[in-house]
Each structure stands twice: as C-alpha cells, then as structure tokens.
Design a protein around this ligand. Sequence first.
Ligand SMILES: Cc1cc2nc3c(=O)[nH]c(=O)nc-3n(C[C@H](O)[C@H](O)[C@H](O)COP(=O)(O)OP(=O)(O)OC[C@H]3O[C@@H](n4cnc5c(N)ncnc54)[C@H](O)[C@@H]3O)c2cc1C
Length: 512
Amino acid sequence: MGLSGGRARLVLCLLEGSLRIVLDVHGKQTEFPQYELKPGEFLGEVPLLLGTPTFGSLRAQTSCRIARLDKQQFHHLIRDSKEARTMILETLGERLLLIQQRSLSLPTSRVLIFGRNRNEDCHNIREFLSANRIPYEWVDRDVYPDRLPGGLSDDPDCPGVSVDGQLFSEPPTMREIADALQLQTKPNHGSYDVVVVGAGPAGMAAGVYGSSEGLRVLIVERCAAGGQAGTSSRIENYLGFPEGISGEDLTGRGFKQATRFGAEVALTRSVEKITPSSEGYVCEFDGGQSVSARAVVLATGVDWRRLQAKGEDRLLGHGVFYGAARQEATNVVGKKVFIVGGGNSAGQAAMFLSSYAAEVKVLVRGEGLKLSMSQYLIDQIASKANIKVLPHTQVISVEGENFLEQIETRIQAPHEAEKILGHEADALFVMIGADASTSWLPDDLERDPRGYICTGRDLTTWKLDRHPFPLETSLPGVFAAGDVRHNSIKRVSSGVGEGSMAIAFIHQYLAI
Ligand SMILES: Cc1cc2nc3c(=O)[nH]c(=O)nc-3n(C[C@H](O)[C@H](O)[C@H](O)COP(=O)(O)OP(=O)(O)OC[C@H]3O[C@@H](n4cnc5c(N)ncnc54)[C@H](O)[C@@H]3O)c2cc1C
C-alpha cells in the first residue's frame, strides 16, 4: 500500500482488518510482525507532520477497510478536535521512539567482504554491490587480520564473502551474490509483450511506461540497473533536480518505479541472441534460457573505449579502471590519481575524486577542456587546487608489478618537440569515449559503420509496405532507444525520452 518511498501526503486510518508494516532494509522488503496495525489505529502522521520521507509500506493481512485523510483534512482534524489532537500527538511521540529503537537494531549492511584491497575479486564484488546500491561492510584483511568471521576461507588471496548470513568460501559469481540477495535473476514467465535489453535510463524508462500502460515487460540487465548514468557522481542537467542528483539516486528511483508498476528486471543476465518467431522474437540469454516477446527494445547503451596502452590488460582492475566507480573513493585517499579524457564524465570523476585523492591530473589529447566539457564543470575544476589539466598528453604505457605504480605519457604540443614523461601513479581512470557493442545482434539489423543501431528515417533497408516507426530498427517490432541508437544525443534526458517514446510506438505496432 502506497506509503513507501517519497513523501506521504496521506494518513491512513484502519477501520477493519489488519495491516502489517513492511520496511526496506538495505533493499530487502522485510515484514515486521511486531508492527501490526489494528482497527482504530492510523499511520502516515510522522512524514506528514514532520515533512520527512516515509519509512515503510503496509501489507494487508486480511481484507481491510481504510479511511484516507489528505494533508488538509488531517490538519483540520488536529485543529478542530482536542481529543483527536491529543491522540495523534501521543502516537507521534511513540512512533518517534520506535523509529529510534529501529535505527539502533537494524543491521548496517547485508554483505560482509573480508579480503585484500588490491584483490581483483574484491574489486569486482564491491563494484557490483555499489552499482546495485547494496550497502556492504568491507574489511581489509591486511589491516584487520583478526576480524575473519568464522566459516570463511583464511586464504589471503581468496576473499571471504557473507550475504545475509550465507557464507561463500570461494569468490562467488555476481549472479550467486544477486541470488543470495534475493534479487531477480530469472524471468518469471516464458513470454512477454515487451523485452527491454539493458536497464540504463532508456531501458528503465521503457519499463516504467510499458508496465504502467498495462504491457507485460521484462527488462534484462547484464550487470546493475542504472547503466552509465548510475556511475555518475552528480547529474546536474536532468529536469526537476535543481541541486543535481547522484546517478545512483536517480537510477535507484527509476528501478523502484519500474518494478512498482510491475516490470520485471532480471539482473546479471545478458541477452545474447534475438531471432524472429511466429509470436514476434525469441530472446536468448547467456546460459541458454530464452523468452518470447511481441516487441523488443534495444537499450544497451555503450561500453568504454579501450586505451590501447602497453601493459593495460595486465593491470586492468589493478589500478587501471574504466569509468570511475564511487566505491573507489576510499581507495584513493591521499593518493595520486590520473584521469584520461576530456568529456563530462571525466570532469565529474575529477571533481568527485578530488575530494579524496591528494592530486588529480586530467590528461587530454587536445589543448584543453573547452571543446569537450560543459562550462559548469570546467569552472568547478578550475576552482579545485588539487586538480591539474595536462593538455596534449596521451598515455602510452602503464607499469607495476602487481598493481599500477607508474604511467608513461607522450606530450605532443603543436610546434614543439615530442616529450616522453614518467609519472608515479596510484590509480588511472580511463574515460575516453565509448562504442556500441552490437556485434551479437542479427546481421540483418542495420547498424552504422561504428556499430550504432539505425532506426526510422535513417534506415536504408526496410522490407515492409508501411513506413518504419521512429525508433524502429530494420527488424519490424524491434526498437532502439538511448545511446546505442545511431545519432542519439547521449544524455540521460534523451535516453529517458526515447525509452518512453519507444513504448508509444510499440502500442501502435502491436495494434497493426
Ligand atoms: C560517468 C558518467 C557521467 C555522466 N553524466 C551525465 C550527466 O551529468 N548528464 C547527462 O545527461 N548524461 C550524463 N552521462 C551520459 C548518460 O549517462 C548516458 O547518456 C545514459 O546513461 C545513456 O542511457 P542508456 O540507457 O542509453 O545506456 P546505458 O546507460 O549505457 O545503459 C545500458 C545498459 O545496458 C546493459 N547492457 C548492454 N548490453 C546488454 C546485453 N546484451 N544484455 C543485457 N544488458 C545489456 C548495460 O550493462 C547497461 O546497464 C554520463 C555518463 C557517464 C559514464
């Protein structure tokens, strides 16, 4: 019942039946039998009177009759009835006490990782949990060797992981962790109206609009809901958030919204093949499972372009990273950090990491940031004493025995002799643009020479008598939205817009 998330505008008073309070405990919906509402009791007064977000939702135990009071009616009641006022304020006091007790009794996280800071498995698990907004406790065994929880491996190179009390002595796969966290990793049905591939802003918007308009929607996501936007430390240009919003927060809300309307989101699954069938298309996942769909939305975004520097493959995940995940913040405290790239994502990463690292150097091939970065970020960077921009600079090699220790750069300023310089480096974050990974799609789905998917009026191959819908690919009924689409704008707002529009065109397509 609608008390969860956001700010409540209603007080619910139970007239008949029984309701139980359900709280979100680190992403897990947990029923609290001790908080049961009986006839005559009410809920919703704390957020409404104190203007705080709601802290739980209600689940009916039996059929119920409920009176709903909006803010104005509730304030009238408090003002006009001394008896009601006394009862409401007393209940408010008791509830605040309960909230206090609950805060003290809640676990601080659902996952414990005991391992080494520079271990790749630890890095991958922490990245996966952060991307999925699951709080975890990280214990560095080199700093706290005595804190090994019973039942976990004491092999220093094998991280010990415990999820909701379930112990893994071998490093678990991301899907095993997701299953242990009770995240959805498999479709619940064999056929859907729409299968959306990718849960970035475009895919989640398609999920929200599709499911809210009565379509049965499955979103399939190979890693974590949020896509690139989920890794952004602060999105400042998305409508409705004048102070900016972290990508994590924005995409977390999108995920909740899509699932609340009934869209299924299967995480840690890749769609590997799409083939036409009598019902529309069959989408095959990694591991062999498949579902059928009347229509498909491809919202697979883009993947980071590789640096092509010597030594990069060996040190990937060991000091060399693509993108700048937020969990790296604690690992770069007081360290020397390099960021390669001059776009907005590199600018945001520089700003974010500069609050932790001793120094952040931004390496760009051109003469500065003007041509590639938004002015608001250039201004923010200029105001930070520990960020330096190094122009005309390319990374040619990365070195280190087990972890990054040094990078070598080539400086080629116009009309000057080439210089090769070595720099001590603790971490290198690469953000030099991205490419569409669409080679797994059928050959007859038209792409441009860089792999981006052509749609609507950009198509040069089209077999049917009717015109293709905007966003429809050369395969009728398969639509593309967001960054993966040829000529797309590559912003959160345009991805959200296209994901929503794709659903409008799918309604028209299904009605043919
Ligand atoms: C660090 C950073 C900061 C940014 N900041 C801003 C900003 O401030 N403002 C702004 O407007 N834009 C910003 N952007 C750009 C914005 O995030 C993207 O334009 C937007 O996320 C694109 O959305 P999308 O849904 O098209 O693709 P993506 O966000 O790339 O999502 C695609 C999803 O598809 C999944 N996927 C791919 N292939 C498969 C498959 N075969 N099966 C299953 N899943 C698959 C991926 O794992 C991914 O989660 C930023 C980008 C980055 C990287």
